[in-house]
Design a protein around this ligand. Structure first.
Ligand SMILES: [Zn+2]
Length: 221
């Protein structure tokens, strides 16, 4: 019997495609993810992305509980409890970034009953959310024409957080929080400037807003 929660988490070796695109990818008729994006088709199986891109995964540390002697002890997942007739019920949330460090990145969020299930489900979602990143050298101070930054300024939103991403000259590095660095590194961006507004301490929305900004870059391709 397949557990509903772990369904779809089978390994790539045992993949039996359920969609036309999936079959084409497995049979080698589609060899590049750009072919799928160009057709404007939606990817419905994470294995498609695994076959076409060599992905790395980063977990965004969204959890935290007050530690001994003050401060916040960071954790990769966030646990929230709600009361139930039979006692406390816990829900584990996670946020994951996948990318090939060369122009493709995806973000996925999920909940599960355990830490591992929450993360695995988020990885699967991140793969389905993968997007091409419009990189370039958008900085007038640089003009090197290489893909080290983003092509132009872009903005994104998630919850109360708004973020502005700006092209930066070569050697500037990633001027942002540690969690956002994970997103940009996996996207293959080396130099960027960021400006955030709103409750930027909520890491969840901070990363989602930056991903939204990268998506919007594509809309004006
Ligand atoms: Zn440049």
């Amino acid at each position: 019997m397949v557990d509903e929660e772990t369904q779809g988490l089978e390994s790539i070796e045992s993949w039996i495609p359920r969609t036309k695109i999936g079959k084409d990818v497995l049979e080698g008729k589609i060899t590049s993810i750009d072919e799928i994006f160009e057709r404007g088709e939606k990817i419905k199986e994470p294995e498609i992305v695994d076959k076409l891109l060599k992905l790395k995964t980063e977990i965004i540390w969204i959890g935290g509980s007050p530690g001994k002697g003050g401060g916040i002890k960071r954790t990769p997942t966030r646990r929230t409890a709600r009361m139930h007739r039979s006692g406390r019920r816990y829900k584990i949330s996670s946020l994951v970034v996948v990318g090939n460090e060369d122009g493709y990145v995806g973000v996925g969020r999920s909940v599960g009953t355990t830490h591992q299930i929450a993360i695995e489900k988020a990885i699967k979602k991140a793969k389905l959310n993968i997007i091409p990143v419009l990189r370039g050298c958008g900085s007038w101070r640089c003009r090197c024409n290489e893909l080290h930054s983003i092509k132009r300024k872009t903005e994104g939103k998630a919850g109360s957080v708004r973020i502005v991403l700006m092209p930066a000259p070569r050697g500037s590095g990633l001027v942002c929080s540690e969690e956002l660095k994970k997103l940009f590194m996996l996207a293959g961006i080396k130099d960027i400037l960021t400006k955030s507004f709103g409750k930027t301490k909520t890491r969840f929305n901070h990363v989602l807003a930056a991903f939204d900004a990268l998506k919007k870059l594509n809309a004006s391709r």
